[in-house]
Design a protein around this ligand. Structure first.
Ligand code: ZN
Length: 463
């Protein structure tokens, strides 16, 4: 008779063939031993989580988060971000290189992984910057999941898009893609046509259009050309060079259409949408929250294209773009958004927002799982160790009370940003427990594990 350490019993469980009612997920140590019909195996002395009436999904993998550590730890640090992750159902969080010093060399990446050790509640990795061509193979050898390239540099502020990391020259992008192609790892790119952005910026500044409202709609000028032309360029460069291209920040209808066509042409291109684009980038939120919502405002037809792109599989991954700044730092945005850092905290609440969106018919629950776990794991080489609920996989699970209605705002806010843009919203979908490698790391929105439990989530599969 086998013995198990943990049994998550009686739930509606995500499997390779979709959701199946009435399964027990049996865990030995850190991995899933068996997934069997409820009651068909003896649980012995296992700790039991009764998941009857609950939905059990794979631990969520966020491949795009700004941990701010090192360099900007008054905004966030590894521990605070990882706590927000655990509370929000996220079992793997992946940082971005716009820290200080920026992660541009193997030595700096190694140092950063050292920083993570002992300080993260959940499993982690970090996508370094590929701006130093000679460093790319060494970075891959250290087990990064992918690389992060910014095509943007900020105008009236020095952060978050700092000089040095932004690459605009197409030949430089081509050379980077040649190198990342040879590592087999995806190149994730923040698409932006810097010259067109600067034209639009100067038109706003010259007309003294500085507040959150004109800022939020700046890229409506020329109908999203800042995003669209960059995505078109990236797709053409990928067509010529090959390699794995992962385009971030789907914003407009045209960008979704360009990705759709590239996929139809058989190109190795995937796309990411962000939580803020789906939930905060609308006029009501910007008018109400101003700098605390921004980001950007999307035209209604752009947002509709994002939901449609999720539904037909054009969009593969939801990245939080968790981008915390303190409440105080955001305040100046009411006067001058161009000089105020953009981005919002997302890690703790985006899964709940997606569950709520599925109740409202915007997305299926199956697609929530696909874009938050299955595809991130597949694209970044974590599958089949993560992103699946099957024997042999890490026991990373989220137990969801799918129909439970609750109002956000009473729970602790783990991000150092100190605020939750969704406070006071009543939503449907509650996270009972987050399980990482067989251990409950959060229950009912409260973190129960200590920093140091998290490990580096390295690529395990050919991508
Ligand atoms: Zn970002």
């Amino acid at each position: 008779m086998s013995s198990y350490d943990l049994a998550v019993t009686g739930g509606r469980v995500w499997t390779d063939s979709g959701f199946v009612d009435g399964l027990d997920v049996l865990v030995s140590g850190e991995t899933i031993a068996e997934v069997v019909p409820t009651g068909s195996a003896s649980l012995g002395s296992a700790e039991v989580i009764d998941a009857s009436g609950r939905v059990v999904i794979p631990g969520v993998i966020d491949t795009h988060s700004h941990h701010r550590d090192p360099g900007f730890t008054h905004k966030e640090d590894i521990t605070s971000a990882s706590r927000a992750a655990a509370a929000g159902g996220v079992t793997v969080t992946v940082g971005m290189p716009n820290v200080d010093p920026p992660t541009t060399t193997a030595a700096l990446f190694e140092k950063l992984l050292e920083d993570f050790r002992g300080r993260s509640v959940v499993d982690y990795n970090h996508n370094p910057s590929p701006t130093n061509l000679g460093e790319i193979p060494g970075l891959a050898a250290l087990g990064c999941l992918g690389f992060k390239l910014f095509m943007v540099v900020d105008g009236k502020r020095s952060y978050p898009h700092m000089p040095g990391l932004g690459i605009h020259d197409h030949s430089d992008i081509a050379k980077i893609l040649e190198q990342t192609r040879d590592t087999g790892r995806p190149l994730m790119v923040h698409p932006n046509d810097q010259a067109l952005l600067e034209l639009i910026e100067h038109r706003h500044w010259d007309a003294d259009l500085m507040g959150p409202e004109p800022y939020s709609k700046a890229e409506w000028m020329f109908d999203g050309v800042v995003w669209n032309s960059a995505v078109a360029t990236l797709i053409e460069i990928q067509r010529g060079i090959g390699g794995k291209l992962h385009v971030l920040h789907m914003m407009s209808d045209r960008t979704v259409e360009l990705i759709r066509r590239a996929k139809a042409d058989g190109q190795d291109v995937t796309a990411e949408v962000n939580a803020f684009a789906l939930f905060l980038a609308n006029w009501d939120e910007v008018a109400h929250l101003g700098p605390y919502a921004l980001g950007r405002c999307l035209k209604d037809e752009w947002r509709a294209a994002l939901w449609a792109g999720i539904a037909d599989g054009t969009i593969d991954v939801l990245g939080t773009d968790h981008a915390p700044h303190t409440f105080e730092e955001k305040k100046s945005g009411w006067e001058n958004m161009w000089a105020t850092p953009t981005g919002t905290p997302q890690l703790q609440h985006y899964v709940i927002k997606l569950l709520d969106a599925s109740h409202r018919g915007l997305i299926t629950l199956e697609d929530v799982v696909r874009i938050t776990s299955v595809e991130p794991a597949r694209r970044f080489g974590l599958a089949p160790r993560k992103g699946v609920i099957a024997p042999g996989s890490d026991a990373d699970l989220v137990v969801v009370d799918y129909d439970r209605e609750h109002t956000l705002g009473d729970e602790p806010v783990y991000s150092k940003a100190g605020y939750n843009p969704y406070t006071d919203e009543t939503v449907k979908g509650f996270l009972d427990a987050t399980v990482l490698r067989g251990r409950v790391v959060a229950r009912d929105g409260f973190v129960t594990a200590e920093p140091g439990y998290g490990q580096q989530a390295k690529p395990v599969s050919a991508m």
